[in-house]
Design a binder for this molecule. Structure first.
Ligand code: DX5
Ligand code: ZN
Length: 217
C-alpha cells in the first residue's frame, strides 16, 4: 500500500490546523511541508515559525522538503521546530555541504531524505543513496503547486528504485509534483511508495475521497 503525503502548500493557511486535522482523519500518512527561499527556487513559501506552530497542532509525521540554498545553515532550526524528516536537494550545495547537512540531521535524531530537480540525473544521487531514509523524485520544476506531471520522469523513478534495491532496499521512494488519481498509478508502477499531492488533495471538496483515490489508484 502506498503512503499519501498531502502538501500543505495548497492548503488554506488561515485555517492550517483544521486543514491538517482533515487530512489526518482522511488517512494521510505524512504532512509534506515545502520550504522555498526565493533563491533556490523562484518562489517563497513558509518556514520555521509555521513549522513550529504545526508541530504543536499535530503529531503527524512532518516531511520537510527544503528548496533552499545551502540548507546546512538551517538544519538545527528545522529540527528544533519539529521536522521528522529533512529532504535536501543535491543541487542546493556542494556534495560535502549536503553530506554535512545530512550528518547533522541524523545527529539530531531526525530522518534524512535526498531529492533532485527534473533536469538532474539520478547518477548525482549515488553518493547519498546508502545514507538516506527517503529519495524524492520531482515530477515538476520545484517552486509552485498545481503544475502538470512530467511523464518523462517515470524512467528515472524506476531507475532509482533499481539503484535502491541494490544498496538500500528499505529506503522510501517519494514522488512530488502533479500527482493525482491518474498519475499516481504511473508512479506506483514505476516503483514509488510515497506520493505527495498538493492541489489534488486540498483543491478537492472531499479530501478523504481525494486521498483514497490516490492511494488506491
Ligand atoms: C513544488 C512542491 C510540491 C507541490 C506539489 O515545488 O515541492 O510539493 O506542493 O503540488 P501539486 O501536487 O499541486 O503539484
Ligand atoms: Zn514538495
Amino acid at each position: 500500500m502506498v503512503k499519501v503525503a498531502p502538501s500543505i502548500l495548497s492548503a488554506d493557511f488561515s485555517r492550517l490546523g483544521e486543514e491538517i486535522e482533515q487530512i489526518r482523519l482522511g488517512g494521510a500518512d505524512y504532512v509534506h511541508f515545502d520550504v522555498m527561499d526565493g533563491l533556490f527556487v523562484p518562489n517563497i513559501s513558509m518556514g520555521i515559525p509555521v513549522l513550529k506552530s504545526l508541530r504543536k497542532a499535530t503529531d503527524m509525521f512532518l516531511d520537510v522538503h527544503l528548496m533552499i540554498d545551502r540548507p546546512a545553515r538551517y538544519v538545527g532550526a528545522f529540527c528544533q521546530a519539529g521536522a521528522d524528516l529533512l529532504c535536501f536537494h543535491v543541487e542546493s550545495d556542494t556534495r560535502q555541504g549536503i553530506l554535512d547537512a545530512m550528518e547533522e540531521t541524523r545527529a539530531l535524531g531526525k530522518k534524512v531524505g535526498v531529492t533532485l530537480k527534473p533536469g538532474t540525473s539520478e547518477q548525482e544521487l549515488i553518493p547519498f543513496l546508502p545514507l538516506v531514509d527517503l529519495v524524492l523524485v520531482m515530477t515538476v520544476e520545484p517552486g509552485f503547486g498545481g503544475q502538470s506531471f512530467m511523464e518523462d520522469q517515470l524512467p528515472k523513478i524506476a531507475a532509482i528504485r533499481g539503484m535502491l534495491d541494490a544498496v538500500n532496499p528499505g529506503c522510501e521512494l517519494e514522488v512530488d509534483g502533479g500527482v493525482d488519481a491518474q498519475t499516481a498509478a504511473l508512479c506506483k508502477q514505476a516503483g514509488a511508495n510515497v506520493l505527495v499531492a498538493g492541489s489534488a488533495v486540498f483543491g478537492a471538496q472531499d479530501r478523504v475521497a481525494a486521498i483514497e483515490a490516490i492511494r488506491l489508484a
